[in-house]
Design a protein around this ligand. Sequence first.
Ligand code: ARG
Length: 483
Amino acid sequence: MSGSDTGAGDAADPSEHSKTLWHGRFEGAPAAELMEFTESLSFDRRLWRDDIEGSRAHVRGLVRSQLISALEGDSILVALDEVSDEMESDRFVFVASDEDIHTAVERRVTEIAGDAGAKLHTGRSRNDQSATDVRLWLKREMRIIARRVVMLQRVLLDRAVEAGDAYLPGYTHMQRAQPVLLAHHLLAHGWALGRDLDRLRDTIVRVDVSPLGAGALAGSSLPLDPAFTARELGFSDVFENSLDAVGSRDHIAEALFDLTMLAIDLSRLGEEWVLWTTEEFGFARLDDGYATGSSMLPQKKNPDIAELARGKAGRVIGDLAGLLATMKGLPLSYNRDYQEDKEPLFDAVDQVRRGLGAISGMIATATFDLDRMRSAADSESGSATDLAEWLVVRGVPFREAHALVGALVREALDCGSSLRDLVSGDDRLGPDAAQLVAPGVSVRRRITAGGAGPVPVAAQLDRFRAALQRWSAWAEDDGAFDS
Ligand code: ARG
């Protein structure tokens, strides 16, 4: 079968056989299909920094417990530095038996450090090792995501401040309802993103637990100190139960939910911008750098970022759903199925990170058409609630006022007459009430806390600014890593 496309029945290159981590127990070489199907190097190689970091801590733990000599420890650490340089500069040569990043790093350390290198895996399993790597990686990536969320919130805040008293229609059921300040609308998304940040912060507490020292599933007969390596790696906590440490992925599911919710928030924002940039709405125009053209239709300017923010939310939902399905039937503790935790996680992190950058740029550079917004919001019927409330203040029960104004709106629509004129001529309303129908009046009357008018929005801007300080202080907290 040699040379066939399927490779069925082929064994991997026998000269590599001795290099599998488990070769002692095996007489035969692993089949090529086994390696092809079960490898994870193609996607877990991006964990190399964390794998090396985890190994450094493990080596220091081995020296501390006198399981290896200080000299041996040093030569492994030097070898790890060399592996790190090779990875960084893309000089690292992977070989056929490197089934995952852990195997690759250990193999190379052993090539460099010889006998000392062969002691690196003492008391450790790839089960606690890969769980450690992903937790280290995720902690860092969640901060990067958080910083990008803060960046988008800043864009929304800046645009809200710049919008001043500009207003647009607010919608319910996608029907014009009441006018709202543009600043109010933009900040609505800002607060939702704040909850996304709160969720990330909460999830990190559960991600920030070291599983290193759990071994394959049951701990070790060797005098290892999991609390020591946890501290070395900057984890806030250490596992309580070795089966749980290698046999759980709920922290990843939780992070994936947070990312999914973020993706959905971006998707909803995107959907709005798809609408706002249509000729029909005309509320916003995209900067050339954040729009695309059509290969056929010369006049087109398309909101692809907004559309893909919407489209990619679907796949991120799939990432979450896929992992949950992977997890649901697994008994304790580690099962190889868990290798499937990485691709959905990496994918969701990548898509959300890029989406945040693209949407931020798109909103920061777009031009609002404030006249279009205003004229859409100044439809006479947008003041209907103000008219009803005007009556309420004068003692008319709200239900009655609602019916009275509703009838006037219907009459205006049926007869094609102006609501303002009808209100002016109405016995119970009259010319004073008709003032409420004038352009720009309604939005200024939204005076309650958290409401859409200039007075509460000014207070909201202050509160958002203060909240953003806190979110940003948290997101920037871990200064060691750059976004
Ligand atoms: N690549 C594997 C993973 O990501 C490493 C663990 C393999 N463990 C094992 N006992 N085969 O899960």
